[in-house]
Design a protein around this ligand. Structure first.
Ligand code: GLN
Length: 450
């Protein structure tokens, strides 16, 4: 059914960079055989999933939406896709993304532009726009994305689905092509909070192959899915003051305000919380993320992976021509910013300063969680914009992630849940943020709200 739907919708949506129909049918047959033999089946047996194309899949092309990885076929499998296969999930294909996950609209993909299923002229958000659109359009039941500054939550908000960025270290990054390693996390998309919880259950857990992986026990997340938040007042929810006001679309503000009222009706105690350093998140991120990216992307030299430019005169020319032709303009911009910020003489002024501000942002959250269990705010300042509207102005594109970025800088989990529509019928998202490893609270409150 998923494959049929993909065939019918892809000419308009372009959510998938590659559809793995044969492998999907083979995986599905294996589940059927297990059922017929009376064997135990996994948590995700037979469930069609989409995988963001920056996760390595053995024998299947992994492009990161970049020309430089054209024809790159990984010789190994990422931990998360391995875990999904072990749980019986059926991978239907690899989803489109902004090149190397740099972007907020999926328009930076070198291959195709993905449409928002709610309005084909609008973007699905990004960088995991293919995964969000595929789930919203029911081309698959759930999907995996990655989130460095908002790339799961913002597209979830734009496409009217649930998206979660887990606590840094909860999900193994082994086999995720690195963008900014201290911020990257893999997480689930689902049409419901329950679906997202089930997918997280399948991928979370310690992995010796990722040195930042947390060795903690993974709770049974389904236990926390209850209809309300009673006893009244047990859950204290803080509204982040700094996310309201200038730059916020009034329609988004109205929907989020209404959602907060509903949380109160469900039994939560609401209070306003100030996070004064929140507003420095964006400039801090755009120093730290490009710095890490400039180092991570140094490996694409035309020797080890995918694309190599034709007829270079010598080895240095091969490197430079390959990189000049293989990377898109946003990726080049970030490599240049990052290289500059890390260079001798500027390191202290930019990179080191950004790391200090990162600590201030983290401390704001620590103070907040001494008072409340959960923070709420809009996921994005606006709803999905029209394709092409922001491509000429990187700064206005960057503003899309104003409210999601501080969460990555602090390593916290954040979830986006749909909370209404604007006057054009485009979905709006409510962001919930909890303390480290308190995904249980996110699921509990989001499930009760949904
Ligand atoms: N949109 C942000 C960026 O362009 C975040 C991307 C992400 O989370 N991967 O970097």
């Amino acid at each position: 059914e998923a494959l049929e739907r993909i065939q019918a919708l892809e000419p308009k949506l372009h959510s998938f960079l590659c559809v793995t129909a044969d492998r999907a049918l083979e995986q599905a047959r294996q589940v059927d055989a297990k059922i017929a033999a009376g064997e135990e089946i996994g948590l995700l047996a037979g469930i069609p999933v989409g995988i963001k194309d920056n996760l390595c899949t053995q024998g299947i092309p992994t492009t990161c939406g970049s020309r430089i990885l054209e024809n790159f076929v990984p010789p190994y499998e990422s931990t998360v896709t391995q875990k999904l296969a072990a749980a019986g999930a059926v991978m239907v294909g690899k989803t489109n993304l902004d090149e190397f996950a740099m972007g907020s609209s999926t328009e930076n993909s070198a291959y195709q532009v993905t449409a928002n299923p709610w309005d084909l002229e609008r973007v699905p958000g990004g960088s995991s726009g293919g995964s969000a659109a595929a789930v919203a359009a029911r081309e698959c039941v759930v999907a995996l994305g990655s989130d460095t500054g908002g790339s799961i939550r913002q597209p979830a908000s734009f496409c009217g689905v649930v998206g979660l960025k887990p606590t840094y270290g909860l999900v193994s990054r082994y086999g995720l092509v690195a963008y900014a390693s201290s911020l990257d996390q893999i997480g689930p998309f689902g049409r419901s909070v329950e679906d997202a919880a089930v997918l997280l259950q399948a991928i979370a857990g310690y992995d010796a192959k990722d040195s930042t992986s947390l060795n903690v026990e993974i709770p049974d997340y389904s236990k926390f899915l209850k209809p309300d938040l009673k006893p009244r007042g047990r859950r204290k929810i803080g509204v982040i003051q700094e996310t309201f006001g200038e730059g916020l679309d009034p329609v988004v503000e109205a929907a989020v305000t209404k959602a907060i009222q509903q949380l109160q009706d469900l039994g939560a105690e609401i209070q306003v919380i100030s996070c004064p350093s929140f507003r420095y998140g964006l400039p801090t991120y755009y120093i730290i993320a490009p710095s890490e990216a400039s180092a991570n992307l140094a490996r694409y030299d035309g020797v080890k992976y995918g694309f190599r430019s034709e007829d270079p005169d010598n080895i240095l020319a091969m490197y430079t021509k390959t990189r000049a032709q293989g990377f898109g303009s946003e990726v080049k911009r970030r490599i240049m910013i990052g290289t500059y910020a890390l260079s001798a003489g500027y390191y202290d002024a930019y990179y080191l300063k950004a790391q200090k501000v990162r600590t201030l942002i983290k401390q704001d959250f620590e103070r907040a969680f001494e008072q409340v269990d959960l923070l709420v705010c809009p996921t994005a300042p606006s709803t999905a914009f029209k394709a092409g509207e922001k491509t000429a102005d990187p700064l206005s594109m960057y503003l899309s992630d104003l409210m999601t970025i501080p969460v990555n800088l602090a390593g916290l989990p954040g979830l986006s849940v749909p909370c209404g529509f604007d006057d054009k019928g485009m979905p709006i998202g409510l962001q919930m943020i909890s303390n480290v490893l308190r995904e249980d609270i996110l699921f509990q409150v989001a499930y009760a709200y949904e």
